[in-house]
Design a protein around this ligand. Structure first.
Ligand code: PLP
Length: 400
């Protein structure tokens, strides 16, 4: 019935599973038959505080009972408070925030901000306007026309959706960036851990070298932290783990703990002027009040040392899984609670995820061969144990 209606009325853009989830609590989630699952996905890194967090529920209900929405033509108190909180947590001494509703929208905002920065720079120097944005093989920046084109994967911007906006340049490796920059280069857009690409990290030295090269050349560094941001890697931003301060940072996924919100952070506060950019829903009372509460709770998780313990424990569990199944996995990928296990035989990935689901465990795919883990940052030791017990059962049944 549900499946039939989904197929009849919802456009077919996802290869989806038809388990009907009806409720959850932290890292546990239940389907309509009351079967329990451990959620190692957080809805692709969205539910940073898991399912049905009491404080978040209370914040949402209280805010909804007062005021949900006005428009950005009026000041919005929780939006101002959230922007202040984000900047205080960020490496920016003097930065500003624009609020959007998703990762792709945050990246759209970042691209517009960068393009206008190029215009301002051109006027100042009276030369060519830099406009090219370099992005990296295996990246993922979103599904709008511009962010799909910014994504250096042909499958995300096939010719069927052409024409696309101009000005996006793709390189294979970080090293290639140095050879690709010219007078028209405006910025470099990267993820510090390529999430959709397969949970692929870069070395700190490589990133710091790139950041200082770009700074010296006056080229913008745009870091897409839609997946890595908001304590996912243990620090508020992955940029802080790497010890860099990019010109522009985008956030989304985990920022709202389940409500749709995206953000553009920048030190270049004087580029946008009134009318340059906007969003009807962006930064409304509902999402910003919720996000502010999410950040307060997450900051507490970090400052109390609980988050670090959880990360350590999760890593230990991954290490013993790798040790126990050396024929299936080759290595552990990622940082913090953004982790992956690289599968030796990528043709088995889909099957393994299905086995996990049967055992009551939700896990994700990333790239071609990565089993990806994005558990809630609030996951308990008991829930981690249960999840890995079920992963073990799935792996035992797995013929290899
Ligand atoms: C998920 C993701 C996006 C797109 O976010 P949406 O909210 O789906 O638009 C962009 N960049 C990265 C790195 C992501 O992981």
């Amino acid at each position: 019935m549900l499946e039939n209606d989904d197929k009849k009325y919802v456009l077919n853009t996802y290869a989806k599973n038809y388990t009907n989830f009806v409720k959850g609590k932290n890292a546990r989630i239940f389907d309509e038959n009351n079967k329990e699952y451990i959620d190692f996905t957080s809805g692709i890194g969205v539910l940073s505080l898991g399912h049905a967090n009491e404080k978040i529920t209370k914040t949402i209900c209280e805010q909804a009972s007062k005021i949900l929405h006005i428009s950005n033509l009026y000041v919005i108190e929780p939006q101002v408070k959230l922007a202040k909180k984000i900047i205080e947590l960020s490496p920016y001494e003097d930065g500003g925030v624009f609020f959007a509703n998703s990762g792709a929208e945050a990246n759209e905002g970042a691209i517009k901000l960068a393009r206008k920065y190029g215009e301002v720079k051109k006027v100042k120097s009276k030369k060519i306007k830099p406009f090219k944005i370099i992005s990296l093989n295996n990246s993922f920046h979103g599904r709008t026309i511009a962010t799909a084109k910014a994504t250096a994967q042909d499958s995300i911007h096939p010719l069927s959706f052409a024409p696309y906006p101009e000005g996006f340049v793709y390189v294979q490796t970080l090293e290639d960036i140095y050879k690709s920059v010219d007078d028209e280069t405006l910025g470099v857009m990267i993820e510090l851990i390529q999430g959709e690409g397969g949970v692929l990290t870069f070395s700190k030295e490589e990133i710091q070298k790139l950041a200082s090269f770009l700074k010296q050349k006056g080229i913008l560094l745009i870091v897409d932290e839609v997946q890595t941001g908001v304590f996912r890697t243990g620090a508020f931003l992955c940029s802080q783990v790497y010890g860099i301060c990019p010109d522009i940072i985008t956030l989304a996924k985990g920022l709202g703990g389940g409500v749709p919100i995206g953000a553009v952070l920048t030190s270049h506060k004087d580029i946008f002027t009134a009318g340059d950019h906007g969003s009807t829903f962006g930064g409304n009372y509902l999402v910003t009040a919720t996000s502010l509460e999410v950040l307060n709770i997450l900051e507490n998780l970090k400052d109390s040392g609980i988050l670090e313990n959880t990360i350590k424990y999760f890593q230990e569990k991954l290490e013993s899984t790798l040790k126990k199944y050396p024929k299936i996995f080759s290595k552990i990928l990622g940082i913090g609670l953004m982790k992956g296990l690289a599968l030796k035989d990528e043709t088995q990935l889909k099957k393994l995820i299905g086995f996990c689901l049967d055992e009551g465990l939700l896990v994700l795919k990333a790239g071609k061969s990565t089993l990806r883990f994005l558990p809630p940052l609030s996951i308990s030791i008991e829930e981690i144990d249960l999840g890995f017990k079920r992963l073990d059962l799935a792996l035992k049944n797995f013929d290899y």
